[in-house]
Design a protein around this ligand. Sequence first.
Ligand SMILES: *Cc1c(COP(=O)(O)O)cnc(C)c1O
Length: 395
Amino acid sequence: MASNAARKAGRHFLQIPGPTPVPDRILRAMDMPTIDHRGPDFQKLGKRVLEGMKGIFRTASPVIIYPASGTGAWEAALANVLSPGDRVLMFETGHFATLWKNMAGKLGLEAEFIASDWRTGADPQAIEARLREDKAHAIKAVCVVHNETSTGCVSPIAAIRKAMDAAKHPALLMVDTISSLASIDYRHDEWGVDVTVSGSQKGLMLPPGLSFNALSDKALAAAKASKMPKLFWSWEDQLPHNARGFFPYTPGTNLLYGLAEAIDMLHEEGLENVFARHDRHAEATRRAVTAWGLEILCRNPADYSPSLTAVLLPEGLNADDFREVALNSFDISLGTGLGKVTGRVFRIGHLGDTNDLTILGALAGVEMALGLARIPHNKGGVQTAMDFLSRRAAA
Ligand SMILES: *Cc1c(COP(=O)(O)O)cnc(C)c1O
């Protein structure tokens, strides 16, 4: 390691919207010998996490677990149910929707975007109108990012399902919940989602390296007809092994130990309480941002994200310069602006293993850094957040 002068005391504030800080309990659960992934001990672990993830997605259907980042699970969702040349309809919520759409194009699909300004969630009415036009049912799937991590806007998935039903359109509904699962209420079965994509390193509090597809019967039927080439991602290769608690190739064994622990922790707290905690920290953060006199990127309050808040800086100021001041002065990592909003926004992550004092510490770091970086703002954002949190704690 570097000289003593480089040592930073205390915990780094990883306040980006994923990866999120990994709780000690999960680190300890992963600190285990890697075992034979074809042996009986593994089988118990495999069954536990494959079954356990159904409860997190709120589905009775199978959940596939990949040793891959979220991008892999995006590819898996497209590759398992579609065929080359198929049309998919996507909504331009922000950078992650754009990446998923570009991926679809590179995989040989016809990806169509409903354009938007990166400041709201997806609009169910626009999706319904486009589907009504598609009388020949050329659109095979509608793909939506539930929580757009580049903007801090949430899309109304249940309403999008209703819009698709109202249009009487048979397209599959595929949803990216990489930064919403285990942070924001999500119901795979109840909302009629066909493929839900997720990842380990955000609400699930794990290190990066696992990702997921939750399925439906309709998605499984589509998989039988799919002509996209695949092997690593193939559900049909996974499912017979998964039924016995195993995987067709070497799984991320130690991450799966961590996943089993994370599932237990989420249930010990109660998923409803986990969601309420995220809502509360998001509200505290927004109150601080508003008190500073800065603008929240998401312009529709109904779409505000419980996972993160993207803060727009006044024209002419560089948000990455501000982030650098915050990092160098207070050892806090804030999320960078992505794609179209690079340099214009910074993002405060408030998802995963966060409590009142963590979020207040993070907001204090932001407020002090705003001063040091000479960003025009009002003082008192942290005080406003404290007032909100202490009122709610007493209730
Ligand atoms: C983080 C994220 C991704 C990308 O996942 P990787 O694990 O970096 O591949 C995709 N979509 C959303 C909404 C995300 O937040």
